[in-house]
Design a protein around this ligand. Sequence first.
Ligand code: BYC
Length: 476
Amino acid sequence: MSTIDYSEKIPNNVDLANDRTLQRALEHWQPRFLEWWKELGPNDFANSDVYLRTAVGVDAQGWAHYGTVKMPDYRWGIFLADPIADRTIGFGDSFGQPVWQQVPGEFRSQFRRLIVTQGDTEPASVEQQHRLGHTCPSLYDLRNLFQINVEEGRHLWAMVYILHAYFGRDGREEAEELLARHSGDVDKPRILGTFNEPIEDWLSFFCFCYFTDRDGKFQLKSLAESSFDPLARTCRFMLTEEAHHMFVGETGLGRIVRRTLEVMKEAASDNPEAIRRQGAVDLPLLQRYLNYWFSSSLDLFGSEVSSNAATTFANGIKGRPDETTQYQDHVCADSSFEIEVPDGKGGIMKEPSPMRNAMNEVLRDAYIRDCEIGLKRWNMQIKRAGYNFELKLPSNRFRRAIGAWANIPTDLEGRLIGREEYDRRMPGWLPSASDRGYVKSLMQRVVEPGKMAAWIAPPERGVNNLPLDYAYVQLN
Ligand code: BYC
C-alpha cells in the first residue's frame, strides 16, 4: 500500500519528489489555485476553524483524518488508489491486453477532452456554491458544505495532476484554463450546462448534491474502468470522497421532507399556503426543485446516440460503471440498444442503435434507476405519515437541452405537447419566481451549535460520532 507524503509542499502518493520537472510545474500552478480559491471559493470563511476530514491514505479503512482546519490551509494533494497487479483492459477493441501507463498518442486528444471536461466540473461546483455559507441552516450543514468544497478542490488537483504528468505543454495550458473559465461567465463559461446554473439556496444545493454529484459518481465509475491506468486509479480514489457528497444530498432532502411532514401534522393541513406560513418547504415546491435539477443533470450524459461515446468505448478510454461485474459482453461490437426518439410526426418511436453509440443512454438509464432510490425512501416517509402525495422523477424526455429530445416540448410524463401548452404549464413544473423568492426568505443563517433552521429536521447523527451540538465550524 502506498503512503501519502505530507512533508511535501504538495501531499502526494505519486513520488513527486523524484520528478523535479513535474513537481516544479505543479508548484507553479499551486499559488494560482490558491488565488482562485481566495477569489471564488468560500473565502469569506477563510478565518473559520472547520472540522474537516483530510485524506491520509488510500486504502478503504482509515483513509481520512478528522480535525480542525482553516480552509486555506487544507492540504490539497494528489492521491491515486493503489495499482491492481496485472490489470488488463476491461472493454472495447483492446479487451484483455495490459492496461497503459502512458497515453497512446492516437488517443491523446480524446483522453484530454474527457479529463478536461471532468476537471472543469470540480471548480465549477465550488464557484456555484461560493456564497451559500452565509445562509447555512446549521453549523453541521455549514461544515458539510465546506467539506464538499475542499474535496471538489482536491478533485481539481486530481485532474490537473493527470494533465501535467501525461499531456506535456497542452496539459499545462489546459490546467490554466480550468482556473480561467468560470461558472455562469458569459464569455468563458464552464463546459457543461448544469455547472453554469446558479446555486443560491440550500434547497438547490441539496438537489445538486443528490442529482448532479450522482452524475459525478457514474462518470467517475466509467473513467475508473479506463485502460489508462493512472486515470483509472485517480478516479477510483475520487469516488471514495464523492460518496459523502451524495450522502449530503440524500439526507438533506430527506430532512426537509421530515420537517415538512412534522409541520403538516402540526398544521393539520397539506395546503402549501399553510405549510409556508409555518416556514417549511411544501411538497409541491420540493417537487418543482426536483424537476429542475433532475432534468438539468440528465443532459450531463450527452446525446442518446453519440459517436464520441462509441469511440471512447471502442478505444478503451471510458467504460461503463462496474464494467467487469455488471456486464457479460465487454466488446459490444455487434449488439444494439433500443433508443426512444421523436418520430418527427408528433409521436415517439423506438430505434435500434449500435450499442457502442448508445453508451451515454446506457449510463443515463442506470443513473435514473439510482436516482429513484432516494425518492422511494422519501415517499415511504410521506406514506407512513398518512399522506398520499408522491414525489416523482419527471420523464427523461422532459426539458432536455442535449440529444434527441432537446427542445422538444413534453409534459412531466414525457408526452409530446404543443409549444404553447408547454410554455403555459411550465411555471407549474419548475420553481417560479415566487417559489424562489419564498425559498430565499427561508435562507436565514443559523449558527448556534445544535440548532437547525425551521425548514429542515436535524440529521440522525453528527459527523464522525461527534454530538450534533458540536461546534463544527468556529466562525471566529
Ligand atoms: N452541456 O456526443 P455528445 C462531476 C457536449 S459531474 C453542455 O452528445 P459525449 C461533479 C459535449 O461535450 C461528471 N455541453 O456527448 C458533480 C460535446 O461537445 P464537443 C463530470 C454538452 O461527448 C458535482 C457535444 O455536446 N464528468 O464530476 O458522448 C460536483 C456532443 O457531445 C453537454 C464527465 O462528464 C451538456 N450537458 O458525452 C462536482 C466525464 N452534454 O466536445 C463534480 C467526462 C454534452 O463536441 N465527460 N455536451 O465540443 C464525458 O464523458 C463526456 O464529455 C460527456 C458528453 C458525457 C459529458
